[in-house]
Design a protein around this ligand. Structure first.
Ligand code: FES
Length: 213
């Protein structure tokens, strides 16, 4: 990442900023935003573009550079606490870095002061986080054994293929939790049929797309 990396543990910084939730540091306009990851932001075509951050200032719209988008899917879930280095851009923010923030490190004052996440921000199910209008959804397990055995590479290969190929715009790719078939991993599931594909790899996963053209 090109931006200077703040320390992962920002307890003292966070404590000092707990009341404002917004701290000016370093270059004049760069700021540290703190709050809960609400939901991903997607383009009309379903491409991941950013996130909604529930902060003391309300719901902030944060655009992510491409290099930060994979971690959003890989490491974060709605409701997670995060710290975001960003600068304002119109009525939005442009992120420079996103840091997962262990809940036990979040100061109580901040945790209690940030308004609860509106339920509308949290996808009730993975399907609701799909590409709008998508008729097929491929869920890739991103947990435990599947992740260690290449789940991330599978997800990235599928996402890249779908983004690049206009013929696949009806297909949404999602990273999900454990599918309870860990011994067979890496796993993916195709909706709406619900068919589970096991011991998958990136090449097989991409080849699978042709079945759903
Ligand atoms: S970790 Fe992937 S199915 Fe359990």
């Amino acid at each position: 990442m090109s931006a200077p990396m703040p320390p992962r543990s920002c307890q003292s910084l966070a404590t000092a900023a707990a009341i404002s939730g917004l701290t000016a540091l370093g270059p004049p306009r760069r700021q540290l935003l703190m709050g809960q990851y609400g939901a991903p932001l997607r383009s009309q075509k379903g491409k991941l573009k950013g996130l909604q951050l529930q902060s003391l200032e309300g719901c902030l719209i944060i655009k992510l550079p491409k290099y930060l988008r994979p971690m959003l899917v890989r490491e974060l879930s709605p409701g997670d606490w995060i710290q975001v280095w960003a600068y304002p851009e119109g009525d939005r923010w442009q992120a420079l870095d996103v840091l997962p923030w262990p809940e036990q490190e979040v100061p109580d004052a901040l945790r209690q002061a940030v308004p609860p996440l509106p339920s509308a921000l949290v996808p009730a199910s993975p399907r609701e986080d799909s590409r709008p209008g998508a008729q097929v959804c491929i869920q890739v397990c991103r947990k435990g054994k599947c992740f260690k055995q290449g789940g991330q590479q599978i997800w990235q290969a599928l996402e890249a293929e779908v983004e690049a190929n206009p013929g696949f715009q009806h297909i949404a790719i999602e990273a999900t939790g454990c599918m309870k078939a860990c011994k067979l991993g890496p796993n993916l599931r195709v909706l709406p049929q619900g068919k589970l594909h096991s011991r998958i790899n990136p090449d097989r996963a991409v080849a699978l797309l042709d079945r759903y053209r």
